[in-house]
Design a protein around this ligand. Structure first.
Ligand code: T5A
Length: 211
């Protein structure tokens, strides 16, 4: 393997523990001797963080699905060109809290934009960059809502606040990606923090050994 870094994305529904687990995952990868950059979507660079404010704030009807998909793709383009690619090229591991598969699941599975169109936007905006591994955390919807509600004191953003049916379509989309794409792994997010971290680590063990 060259000194090109590894790219991981962590995906899943709201409140399943992505941000919490990414910190633990990064600690374990650093202990194995690698530099790790943690980032998030939408966001990660000043331009993409500005687009994040447009996407997550305001009324539920602020954006229709096509405009929303374009804004996520524009934010991702800036994120990939200015942060993710340079970090990988300098040999660092990058862990992104959400990436392309969130657009495929939310704007695709949840809002009806075709997967072909989402992937076309990704090719234009981000040169089609895919993670080496995508870890999808899955948790019973009620438990996830409870975790997020405790953390946010009931203040949902404009996408988080959509219907249970929408979030269930999002989850089904993530499952369908794992059925056909080997890089996508479903990981049970229930139980203790440590139990979830060790499940995640076992899904990237081969990448750690090969690097
Ligand atoms: N979106 C994003 C799209 O529609 N299209 C796209 O292309 C992209 C990139 C982003 C929103 O944008 C949408 C998806 C989202 O709706 P966000 O604010 O970045 O939103 O938030 P989310 O990514 O949805 O994630 P959350 O912040 O809601 O939740 P996390 O990160 O999954 O969960 P976390 O780690 O904050 O944990 C939630 C709570 O649970 C506790 C934590 O301490 C925390 O309080 N917890 C546990 N409790 C018990 N046991 C465990 N094992 C626990 N693990 C965590």
């Amino acid at each position: 393997m060259s000194n090109y870094g590894r790219f991981l994305s962590v995906e899943g529904g709201e409140g399943v523990g992505k941000s919490t687990q990414i910190v633990a995952l990064a600690d374990a990868i650093r202990k194995a001797g690698f530099d790790v950059v943690i980032t998030r979507e939408p966001g990660g660079t000043p331009g993409a963080e500005a687009i994040r404010q447009l996407l997550l704030g305001g009324s539920a009807e602020r954006w229709l699905p096509r405009a929303e998909a374009l804004l996520f793709a524009a934010a991702r383009s800036d994120h990939v060109e200015r942060l993710i690619k340079p970090a990988l090229e300098s040999g660092k591991w990058v862990i992104s809290d959400r990436f392309l598969d969130s657009s495929r699941a939310y704007q695709g599975g949840g809002s009806g934009i075709s997967d072909t169109d989402i992937l076309a936007l990704h090719k234009i905006g981000s040169m089609g960059l895919l993670p080496d591994r995508t870890l999808v955390l899955r948790l019973d919807t009620h438990e996830a809502i409870e975790r997020a509600a405790v953390r946010d004191a009931g203040q949902a953003d404009r996408i988080q606040g959509r219907s249970t049916g929408f979030h269930s379509d999002v989850d089904s989309a993530f499952v369908s990606f794992a059925e056909v794409e080997a890089r996508v792994r479903l990981v049970d997010a229930s139980g203790t923090l440590q139990a979830v971290t060790s499940r995640l680590l076992s899904e990237i063990a081969d990448l750690l050994v090969a690097s």
